[in-house]
Design a protein around this ligand. Sequence first.
Ligand code: HEC
Ligand code: HEC
Length: 329
Amino acid sequence: MKKVFLLSGTFIVGVVVAGALFVALSWDREHSAPLPDIRASNDSAVIARGKYLAFGPAHCASCHVPMEDIAAVEAGAEIPLSGGIEIAIPLGVFRAPNLTPDPETGIGKMSDAEIARALRFSVGHDGRCLMPFMPFQEMSREDMVAVISFLRSQPPVRHRVEPNEYSVLGRILLAFGLMKPQGPQQPPPQSVLPDSSVEYGRYLAHSVANCVGCHTNRDLQTGEFIGPLFAGGMRFGPDELSQGYVFVAPNLTPDPETGVMAHWSEAQFIARFRSGRVHPGSPMPWGAFAQMKERDLKALYRYLRSLQPVRNSIAQVVYAPGEPLPASD
Ligand code: HEC
Ligand code: HEC
């Protein structure tokens, strides 16, 4: 009997050691993905479109700036994207890198194609799997060229951003491929005509502004969608960025009883976006979205109103620090 225990004990220790060794050796392995044939342009109209996307709907500026500049960006300041915001999730602490053309601390040494690959396939310039903070996989080719052209047009800023700190869970998920680079689900469009149509609203909500990524319930460890699209329920915080509050994303589908905007007119929707942030610490980039053109807001409204209503009651959206949370939401 004793011998059996001893043997199985040795076996378990062996498995644990082998597992730990595997994780240690393979969590930061290099991934491969095609280098998109994308090149930055000097055309001022292309750069202007890229700048609009970066400070508006695509909100690169809400993450790729120093922590102390968050308030200025929220208020509409257009400062160089020198990186720095820290996002703490169960997989570790992740820091948005410097996107100005500085060769030592920014994107100066990265090629246009490497930047495009990071956005299209979530593979970093060094082959690392990038965490799913940037769901731009299906951004149109034209918009990707515009964003990268804008990045290249900024003044270089020397600002070293500390590397990420991966948790044990993060390393395990990466080593076993449970977290891996995500590419496009369908071929990205060449270009999408910006207008106030449902079609353009769908493009913004899914591939540019990430409304879908926050307003859909997700598994916080893998990022997978576990609820109906746009029906809300995903929880944020409490952490430093949320100022200790917990937020639950509301249901954006046009369900008359549980949809937060089911009774809003288009004018009310636009006015809500123009007025910006109401709740300090909310993860929604209200400041960037307040910069959106009326055309884009109309398109978003029309698209969200075209969705199938989903009954999903989000009882409370904001919980003050220390306020008890419901078991499920
Ligand atoms: C929600 C926050 C957030 C937004 C919005 C965001 N980023 Fe990022 N970005 C990050 C974080 C965090 C990382 C580091 C991820 C990692 O290392 O796993 C990153 C990494 C990158 C990288 C990878 C560089 C490398 O090492 O290869 C590029 C390029 C980039 N972002 C560009 C952009 C652009 C362009 C936009 C807007 C179109 C954008 N990001 C929007 C948070 C964000
Ligand atoms: C990073 C996460 C995130 C993103 C991206 C995001 N939201 Fe939100 N949104 C939230 C959270 C959390 C709340 C609740 C707290 C608040 O109102 O700020 C919210 C609230 C809202 C509300 C209700 C506001 C009110 O006054 O009741 C609307 C409408 C909305 N979002 C629409 C959108 C649309 C449209 C997009 C895309 C253009 C979007 N959201 C992108 C997280 C997000």
